[in-house]
Write a protein that binds this ligand. Structure first.
Ligand code: ZN
Ligand code: ZN
Length: 341
């Protein structure tokens, strides 16, 4: 008896949410957290997952980030495990109405189905918009298609809302800026896919770095990139630069040990990919110094073992080039860009 009462109550709750489903997200005119912070709206970057590359690790979750910008909660890359990492941070996917994908390598996007699917299944109100490079529409269409059978099955509370009404894709162009309330986001193509024989160029693919600006404060996120003057220019004067990083020699040594069948040609190809399409700690430091950023945060570690084994070396190499604040993020680390800088 109690169970059926509870189910009816849950059904009514979901139905209530469903009636709001097509509405634009309500953004509070006055965010209580702004008043609590003495009038300074939050502008905070959280590294939900700090792994780099498609090999899952026990220490670091696949790449995913969360930006709190005033009352907005924005996800920036959604690697596998994003929803669990949000829950660990005490946050709900229902708060998210905007996702930015840096590029479509699956380690950066494999958690998107979980974000949009569980958001829909819980009937969180409003539409979620996924911004990204060319191909984002196809990715989102595929996820929506994968929701057809679950939508027919329902959750036991009557017909759910149509997935296609709740999820939208927007493909951005190189150099394009979008505005969401007080937040502006600029996408710039980088060289993560570049190189001879690369399939990506033929497919019209691009990888983006993003800059987020709000009320005179700014955060630049490299996404995946090699050393690229366009990314340095994008980051110019940012308060916070969030960068990927790789240890090339150590990664090659690890691969050679784990995959003895790989010949020198293949190892050299791996080295070229690591060198051209990712950035070493020295290059990250150089980028931060040239861009004149105040604070550098490392994430997306392409390193062979636990961060503790590499942290000293990473820090010292960055330090050769950059004298500002340096942090090596962990999963669920947060970095505030305050107003009184
Ligand atoms: Zn990556
Ligand atoms: Zn990538």
């Amino acid at each position: 008896m109690a169970k059926s009462t509870n189910m009816r109550a849950a059904g009514a709750l979901l139905a209530m949410f469903a009636t709001q489903a097509g509405m634009a997200p309500a953004v509070a005119a006055t965010d209580p957290s702004i008043a609590a912070a003495g009038g300074c709206a939050p502008f905070r970057w959280t590294t939900l997952g700090t792994a780099g590359g498609p090999i899952p690790t026990s220490e670091r979750t696949e790449p995913a980030n969360m930006l709190d910008a005033g009352a907005l909660t924005v996800l920036v890359d959604t690697g596998d495990g994003t929803v669990s990492q949000m829950a660990k941070a005490g946050r709900s996917v229902g708060d998210v109405h905007h996702v930015f994908l840096s590029h479509l390598h699956l380690d950066h996007s494999a958690g998107l189905a979980g974000v949009v699917g569980l958001r829909w299944m819980n009937e969180h109100p409003g539409v979620i918009t996924v911004y990204g490079p060319p191909g984002t529409q196809e990715l989102v269409d595929g996820i929506i298609a994968s929701m057809a059978a679950p939508a027919r099955i329902g959750f036991g509370f009557g017909p759910p809302s149509k997935p296609a009404d709740r999820i939208k894709a927007v493909e951005l162009k190189d150099g394009e800026t979008v505005r969401i309330g007080d937040l502006s986001i600029k996408a710039v193509a980088n060289n993560h896919y570049d190189g001879p024989g690369n399939m990506a160029a033929k497919a019209g693919a691009q990888a983006f770095s993003y800059r987020f600006d709000m009320g005179g404060r700014s955060i630049t996120y490299t996404g995946d990139t090699g050393p690229d003057a366009r990314v340095t220019a994008l980051a110019k004067g940012s308060d916070l630069l969030v960068s990927e990083v790789i240890e090339v020699d150590q990664m090659i040594a690890m691969i050679a040990k784990q995959r003895p069948e790989l010949n020198e040609f293949m190892l050299n190809a791996a080295r070229a990919h690591f060198t051209d399409h990712h950035v070493t700690p020295v290059e990250v430091g150089k980028m931060a110094a040239q861009a004149g950023v105040g604070h550098l945060v490392l994430t997306h570690y392409v390193i062979p073992g636990p961060l503790g084994d590499s942290s000293k070396s990473l820090y010292e190499q960055v330090r050769q080039q950059f004298s500002g604040t340096v942090d090596l993020s962990r999963d669920l680390s947060s970095f505030d860009v305050g107003c009184g800088r």
